[in-house]
Design a protein around this ligand. Structure first.
Ligand code: ATP
Ligand code: MG
Length: 415
């Protein structure tokens, strides 16, 4: 029989690694609580239309990367390639715009994109993201950026750059796209095929092209940063004023447009050159038109999404190196001891103390070895004598010190 393996571009997270994931996830939830964000969980798949309308149909994600299929009822559904469109759909569907605003939400999800797998680029990957819905304030833009900054701070990740751009609103972008189109028109033949198409539909998206030739052609092109209206310019100024006041360093990168169509005004990325070619760990921005595009009352929003695989690659050394271990391991000898030990083990466990014993009929010697291997802090060998005298020898595996205690005292000691 052929050996089965996980699908290309997916990964099992084995126990030896999953505790590091749990550590990072716990930290992210802690930060979310400190910033007063609440979790919103949406389905893993949505009607394809949610992403076609919510992500934008000239984006790479929608045109090339989606896992789309017909279900048995003939409906076109798509495994979510990102988190924002689903959140926006939910926000509209449940009329959350009528509640208390802004709504500060976070999500921790797996996402699916049909991509060429490589380090930091998978077909199933994980994202943590936040959304603030129902605020136009530049303070919210700054808060999203500072939330991102806090993640790297708490994980002691130093080698990371915050890049910002201002991509204006629908109005300034319309004028700008004409300007860019005029500039690129005579160079059209040299653009890649995709970008030739983009030139007609959405010229600014050419900045997102990964081809060096296209990037070269853009070198002296007019930038959206320098073409925004006064209102957008002023908004951006207020965002950077907050970052300056809080003391967070940033660079202006006039080439960032972000991969998804819904962004406006502030866009930002946290980038590292420590994790190879896939250097963007976190990306986000303002998306004032998205909710309206999905058929809701116009509610402005701002958010970011961060790839957890890339974050873990980057955090590397600063992650805990050791999983939690059992506090105590029992080695019963004889049937009476077995019964007494089992009773005690389950009592300890329900008091929140990690207690363990052998399930595989090992010899006493092999059980000792096993207890050592799994890193038990204490061991207790219980035979008939120990039961009769009601004194169990609690052995500290680090110091080798053993002290006899009653079962009740043992519970107190381990608590
Ligand atoms: P890239 O330019 O690297 O393709 P993107 O612009 O498509 O990224 P977003 O859609 O903004 O990325 O997603 C936010 C984050 O999610 C990225 O910065 C990255 O950390 C992570 N991410 C995106 N696609 C993948 C993937 N295929 N595998 C692993 N992580 C990913
Ligand atoms: Mg991508």
């Amino acid at each position: 029989m052929a050996k089965l393996s996980a699908p290309k571009g997916t990964k099992d997270i084995l126990p030896a690694e999953s505790y590091q994931w749990q550590y990072v996830e716990g930290l992210l939830k802690e930060i979310a609580t400190d910033f007063n964000f609440k979790e919103l969980r949406t389905p893993t798949f949505e009607s394809t239309e949610v992403f076609a309308r919510g992500v934008g149909d000239t984006t790479d994600v929608v045109t090339k990367e989606m896992y789309t299929f017909l279900d048995k009822g003939g409906r076109s559904v798509t495994l979510r390639p990102e988190g924002t469109a689903g959140i926006a759909r939910s926000f509209v569907e449940h009329g959350l715009y009528a509640g208390v605003l802004p709504l500060k939400l976070y999500y921790l999800i797996s996402c699916f994109r049909y991509e060429k797998p490589q380090a930091g680029r998978l077909r199933e990957f994980h994202q943590f993201g936040i959304e603030m819905l129902g605020t136009t304030s530049p303070l919210a833009d700054a808060e999203a950026i500072l939330f991102g900054n806090e993640i790297f701070k708490r994980l002691n990740i130093g080698n990371i750059t915050l890049n910002l751009n201002n991509i204006g609103c629908k109005d300034c972008r319309k004028a700008y796209n004409e300007k860019l189109k005029a500039y690129l028109e005579e160079k059209k033949e040299s653009l890649c095929e995709t970008c030739q198409e983009r030139l007609g539909k959405n010229p600014m998206r050419i900045f997102d092209c990964k081809s060096e030739i296209c990037q070269d052609l853009l070198k002296d092109a007019p930038t959206i940063f320098d073409s925004v209206c006064d209102d957008c310019k002023n908004h951006f100024q207020q965002v950077t004023d907050v970052l300056d006041a809080v003391g967070v360093a940033y660079k202006i990168d006039k080439g960032i447009v972000r991969g998804l169509d819904y962004y406006s005004k502030t866009v930002f990325e946290f980038v590292s050159d420590n994790i190879g070619a896939q250097g963007t760990v976190l990306g986000g921005g303002r998306y004032d038109g998205l909710i309206a595009d999905l058929g809701g009352n116009d509610a402005p929003g701002i958010g970011f999404a961060m790839g957890l695989e890339r974050l873990l690659l980057l955090a590397g050394e600063s992650l805990p190196t050791e999983d939690s271990r059992p506090k105590v391991f029992f080695i019963p000898i004889g049937d009476d001891a077995k019964k007494a030990v089992l009773k005690l083990v389950y009592e300890l466990r329900s008091k929140g103390i990690s207690a363990e014993f052998d399930l595989n009929s090992r010899s006493v010697k092999a059980q000792m070895k096993y207890a050592d291997k799994i890193g038990a802090e204490y061991t207790v060998v219980v035979g008939d004598d120990e039961i009769n005298q009601n004194q169990y020898p609690l052995k500290n595996m680090q110091t080798g010190e053993t002290k006899p205690v009653s079962p009740d005292a043992l519970i107190q000691e381990l608590l």
